[in-house]
Design a protein around this ligand. Sequence first.
Ligand SMILES: [Fe+2]
Length: 247
Amino acid sequence: MFEFLKSRNNNTSIDTLPVTTDIHSHILPGIDDGSPDIETSLQLVQGIYDLGIRKTVATPHVICDLYRNTPAIINDALQKLAAACITAKINISITAAAEYMLDDYFLQLLKSPAPLLAIHKNLILTEQSFASATDNLHHIAFEMVTLGYRPIMAHPERYHFYHSNYEAYSRLKDMGFLLQINLLSLTGYYGKPVAKAAKYMVANNLADLVGTDMHHFRHLEALKDKKSLHIFDDLLGKKNWNDLDAL
Ligand SMILES: [Fe+2]
């Protein structure tokens, strides 16, 4: 009987992601390296809706030399996409924040009186360069926490400079960062060392949040893949992820 239950479970079709809220994506049209236009944005939104997402926070890059997205630019793109979703009858809640690169420009923003764009309440999504670790990370985290923000480190598993030292993930948490892993990291989409690091964080309760970090159709197709959905269910299915009020 137990064997029967086991095999039935293995054959169960899983059609949705293990979350209904996404907190990291590049679905706003034309303002970063994500969706280039409103038609693409709509198809990406329809895709994650079909995977069970009912609330999504778009997080366009804010990077000194590449994407100096202001709140006005981001809000304008958000309004366009939200209106297009209503017209297309996609019943999803879309808000916007940003994914802030921890560069000198971010330090300027931190010092300016204008508030940073939050995922939810005081939660701020940040990222580092993939090339090298941020020198003054302790200082930046301290400044953010002092100002009342709660920083989230986007995809810590993707930074190769942590792969030889998993203790670094605990140090990030000591600094005040919540850790957000990319769903596709668990599937090997970004390579084996990234998958290993992501699984380590999930297994050791270091991961606080998950996100799609969806930029384009290749990401959507990889998320929809049946093998991916089973991996997400196996590794993440037992916890209520992305309950922002509970953080
Ligand atoms: Fe991102």
